[in-house]
Design a protein around this ligand. Structure first.
Ligand SMILES: O=c1ccn([C@@H]2O[C@H](COP(=O)(O)O)[C@@H](O)[C@H]2O)c(=O)[nH]1
Length: 277
């Protein structure tokens, strides 16, 4: 069996710290970097970020939507970005938020998690709102190929509550957390390969919904740092004892420092400093 994603991520977080840098080539950012909003600009942007942060961050997270908006040329750039990350030795999280009925989910799993696929990443984000069990093809293929998944649980946007908080003490989010914890029992210490997405901006939601992340024993991807307003101290307060499992992710907050490589690295180091406290 290949080494699990959880084990590889745990080693990367131990060596580099708990930061993932998001690669979000928004049109405005491309413009501020002096690049065109086209496939060539996208490629220059993405490869610059990989070059700048590959030795500093535990992972990079390309936002798939921002490649999709450029059609097939954009998806080809995403393929080359994922390959560049692998070549540079930094783990990748494809932020694709895939979810569908099982038979279609198997096709998504093939695209993002199967060895030999041109889009294969070290991990992919998944949406469980067709039922956690509908994700089975991805959960199993990830395990087989030493890859991982991050399942949406409590997202960083305020609208997420209207779905994820439903049920009070037996909330939708609590059930997703419990399902991820059960799934991680197939993995050895220290971290399983079934992670969750829990926003850095959720405030007191974990306590309000009586959710304990401890039993999950998987990585918690926490977006919301920087551009969405959350700070490293918010992360410590929000996650408490689960903080060692948290992989904070920041995109615009770091990318705004570009295109200069040294400036991107300084922004990455500064964010890491705050997270290490
Ligand atoms: O709950 C979620 C899930 C995913 N995201 C994604 O993370 C980045 C955040 O970008 P910033 O520029 O650091 O705000 C982006 O790709 C989102 O789609 C999230 O924000 N919240």
């Amino acid at each position: 069996m290949p080494e699990s994603f959880g084990s590889r991520l745990s080693a990367a977080m131990e060596a580099r710290g708990p930061l993932c840098v998001g690669i979000d080539p928004h049109p405005q950012l491309l413009g501020s970097w002096g690049l065109n909003d086209d496939a060539a600009g996208l490629e220059r942007f993405s490869l610059t970020v990989v070059e700048a942060v590959a030795s500093l961050a535990a992972a990079v997270k390309p936002q798939v939507a921002l490649y999709e908006r450029h059609g097939s040329a954009g998806m080809a750039v995403l393929e080359r970005t994922l390959a560049a990350a692998a070549e540079a030795g930094v783990l990748s999280i494809a932020d694709a938020k895939r979810g569908d009925i099982g038979s279609t989910m198997a096709a998504y799993a093939d695209a993002w998690l199967r060895d030999g696929s041109s889009l294969a990443a070290d991990s992919v984000t998944l949406s469980p709102y067709l039922g956690f069990e509908s994700l089975r093809p991805a959960l199993d293929l990830a395990a087989e190929h030493g890859r991982g998944v991050f399942v949406l649980a409590l997202t960083s946007n305020p609208e997420g509550r209207s779905v994820q908080h439903v049920g009070g003490g037996d909330s939708v989010a609590r059930r997703i957390v419990a399902a991820a914890a059960a799934e991680n029992q197939r993995y050895e210490e220290p971290l399983g390969s079934v992670g969750l997405v829990v926003g850095a901006t959720i405030g007191s939601a974990l306590g309000d919904l009586d959710i304990d992340l401890g039993p999950v024993r998987g990585p918690i991807l926490a977006p919301g740092l920087g551009a969405q307003g959350a700070t490293p101290s918010d992360l410590r307060e929000t996650f408490g004892q689960a903080y060692p499992m948290v992989l904070a992710t920041s995109s615009r907050g770091i990318l705004a420092a570009g295109p200069d490589i040294a400036a991107l690295q300084a922004a990455t180091r500064e964010t890491l400093g705050g997270l290490r406290g």
